[in-house]
Design a protein around this ligand. Structure first.
Ligand code: ZN
Length: 150
């Protein structure tokens, strides 16, 4: 279990330092900014969605390793997914990081995102981990208000 934890930590540190899918997406038809004032994390998401399927998504931003890794791994996971699938992933992710629950259903929904399970032990970090998801949710729902975790 401890080696699995170390592996999880490595993935988060790696994505935190070198976020994938970083940049501005020229053909985005959804974009949204999110802010976590508690920690100072900021993300801006760009999503290109067609017929309810995410074709491409990028983000820009700055913040702690967990916030950056969460955005990076989230964007890696949502490509090619339908909005309904993404909604389920968000629900699973929320249970994972707030309650530390990772049953087989959550594991199936999340895949690699299960690395964030350890966040449940640090309640102050939950907002860092969920910022990208709240922002994505708002982007896809077309909300025009900026997202704040406060
Ligand atoms: Zn943070």
């Amino acid at each position: 279990m401890s080696s699995l934890r170390e592996l999880y930590q490595e993935i988060i540190v790696d994505h935190g330092r070198h976020p994938r899918h970083f940049g501005k997406l020229a053909n985005a038809n959804h974009s949204q900014e999110g802010h976590n004032p508690l920690c100072g994390d900021k993300v801006k998401l760009y999503v290109c969605e067609e017929n309810g399927v995410v074709q491409e998504a990028l983000f820009e931003g700055s913040g702690c390793a967990i916030a950056m890794a969460s955005a990076s791994l989230m964007l890696e996971s949502i490509k090619g997914k339908t909005l309904v699938q993404i909604e389920k992933m968000f629900a699973s992710f929320h249970r994972l990081v707030t309650q530390g629950i990772c049953d087989s259903e959550i594991e199936n929904n999340l895949g690699k995102l299960a690395v964030f399970q350890g966040v449940a032990e640090f309640p102050v970090r939950v907002k860092c981990a969920t910022l990208a998801w709240h922002t994505l949710n708002a982007a896809l729902l077309g909300s025009s208000e900026k997202v704040s975790t406060e």
